[in-house]
Design a protein around this ligand. Structure first.
Ligand code: BGC
Length: 423
């Protein structure tokens, strides 16, 4: 690769999925949910039955890491119940397949879904969910500790709590329940601290396990600089989604419960007359393009923000960092490749300036069930044809590009042809 950035030898180049989005055959609060495109998660990519084939695809991609979730609802049928042996064996086999392909797992313990008995008891609003989760994790960790050393307790607690209790996007679809948002975060942060003790106690052979969360980081701003009301909304959003959540998980003594911090980074949301100017918030992509807002099918792109936030987290917390998710949804593969190149440029810049980043996980391995949006958002390194009941996977050009990165540990230096968001 001429004109390329070289990355460290031990860097983890990975990809990521979550159980409800890819596995299929789950019984949780998403099972009966019908997304805006009419889709549901009952079969999804059928990764549940096809994980061996999907691990082969990962090997073809040349990734050396996989951020995977384990679905609580499969493993426990009631609070404090023993784990379901058959389901546990399946996850163990998946971990063994990964190992045989030289792929390091990062296991996510909670990714937007709960067993139905947790949901019906009030979900994360109920303080009793904390000891129930700790019990589940203790049993799981004791079963998997020889195979897993990278544990990610909660994926985007901010997204989960806001979409369930503020924005009405996730079951139980409540809106503007500020106290519920706050209590959900509080209980998850408490569970993180307690689970950290469990994981440390269990260990990983001779090795010290790593523990962290994946924090979604979105930059918020006003589309028109003089619009004080939009600046106010941006400021409140920043406080509620970024500050408050980071403080709950990493403030004061609680920082000691994490050995790393994961960052899920997609970009920027700017407000215009109180409305977020992003496709994920309902804005029309054509109109956004006319206004010069560069978006994928979800968010405004802001590659420079990745470098900014990595430097900022490094300074503020001094913890090793992983980019636990980054990707773009678009049917324009050239756009996705350019977008990825620009973000890898930023990642390299951060590493070069001394930020301790240990890995990058592309979201996502497969086109999958994108929650409220169903199957309409194409994030996959592998495309999945959902109109064919065999759900065939096919390598995308983005996947081929990423394969080059994983295999050579080099990325092409980005040409500055990617319009940068005016901030
Ligand atoms: C979530 C994923 C989701 C992705 C793309 C992240 O916020 O963790 O579940 O699919 O963003 O929207």
């Amino acid at each position: 690769m001429a004109g390329a950035w070289k990355f460290p030898e031990r860097f983890l180049w990975g990809t990521a999925t979550s159980p409800t989005q890819v596995e299929g055959h789950v019984a949780n609060e998403w099972t009966d949910y019908i997304a805006s495109d009419g889709g549901h998660c009952r079969v999804a990519c059928n990764h549940y039955h096809r994980y061996e084939e999907d691990v082969d695809w990962m090997a073809q991609l040349g990734v050396n890491a996989y951020r995977m979730g384990i679905e609580w609802s499969r493993l426990q049928s009631a609070p404090f119940a023993p784990l379901n042996e058959r389901e546990l064996e399946r996850y163990i086999h998946l971990l063994d397949c990964l190992k045989a392909s030289g792929i390091t797992p990062m296991v996510v313990l909670h990714h937007f879904s709960n067993p139905l008995w947790i949901t019906s008891a009030g979900g994360w609003l109920n303080p009793a969910t904390v000891p129930a989760f700790v019990d589940y994790v203790a049993k799981l960790v004791s079963a998997l500790k020889e195979r897993v050393w990278l544990w990610n307790t909660f994926n985007e607690p901010d997204t989960y709590a806001s979409l369930t209790y503020l924005l009405g996007g996730f079951p139980p679809f409540h809106k503007w329940r500020l106290l519920s948002y706050r209590n959900t975060i509080k209980h998850m942060a408490e569970a993180h601290v307690r689970v950290n003790e469990v994981i440390r106690r269990a260990g990983n052979g001779g090795r010290m396990p790593e523990i962290g969360i994946a924090k979604n980081w979105t930059f918020f701003g006003a589309f028109q600089k003089h619009a004080l009301w939009d600046r106010l909304v941006a400021g409140i959003s920043h406080h509620a989604f970024n500050h408050f959540v980071l403080d709950a998980f990493l403030g004061g003594q609680r920082r000691a419960a994490s050995t790393f911090l994961g960052v899920n980074y997609y970009g920027l949301a700017r407000f215009k007359n109180f409305e977020p100017m992003v496709p994920a918030g309902g804005a029309c992509p054509k109109q956004l393009a006319q206004l010069g807002v560069v978006c994928d099918d979800m968010f405004e792109r802001h590659p420079g923000g990745l470098g900014t936030i990595l430097r900022n987290f490094h300074r503020r917390y001094g913890l090793p960092l992983y980019v636990t998710e980054h990707g773009a949804a678009s049917s324009d593969e050239d756009f996705r490749i350019r977008d990825l190149t620009r973000h890898l440029d930023e990642l390299h810049g951060a590493l070069n300036s001394g930020v301790d980043v240990r890995g990058f996980f592309y979201w996502s391995l497969l086109d999958n069930f994108e929650w409220q949006f169903g199957y309409s958002k194409k994030f996959g390194l592998l495309a999945v044809d959902f109109s064919n009941e065999k759900l065939p996977r096919q390598m995308t050009r983005v996947g081929e590009f990423y394969r080059g990165v994983c295999r050579t540990r080099k990325t092409p230096v980005a040409v500055q042809d990617f319009p940068v968001a005016a901030r």
